[in-house]
Design a protein around this ligand. Sequence first.
Ligand code: AMP
Length: 136
Amino acid sequence: MQDCIFCRIVKGEIPCHIVYENRHIIAFLDINPMTEGHTLVVSKAHIESFSDSSIDIASKIAEGSVTVAGALKKALKPEGFNYFINEGKLAGQLVMHLHMHVVPRYGGDDVKFEAGRVELDDEEMKAIAKRISKEI
Ligand code: AMP
């Protein structure tokens, strides 16, 4: 897509710090990193969301993320990782082109994932599980 920033990176029109690429994905450092080594694993094809992607593309994103995480482990010795995909504006997706965040974690870093929890009783959980599983 012409005005998509990640499509422009894929085409080489915008510079970035590439750590890995293959036919399906490109992985580069996030320009505004949460921690040292924060990497984005991006599909080369313009797909907006994970839930709309094919199993094949989703697998390529997963495979790329594992590859990058392995390299980050050796290079930067993090103590852990967060992997996440934001999907939809409400969920914080800023760039509407599928990408996985691979965030290496270090003791004392300033990353926080905090969320409230909803309270559901067993009957409600059962009904929700039924509604979801019916659609699979
Ligand atoms: P999201 O909120 O999941 O859509 O995340 C988009 C991410 O892309 C943010 O963490 C940005 O810092 C990052 N980003 C935006 N533009 C660039 C760029 N030109 N090069 C590298 N990372 C970028």
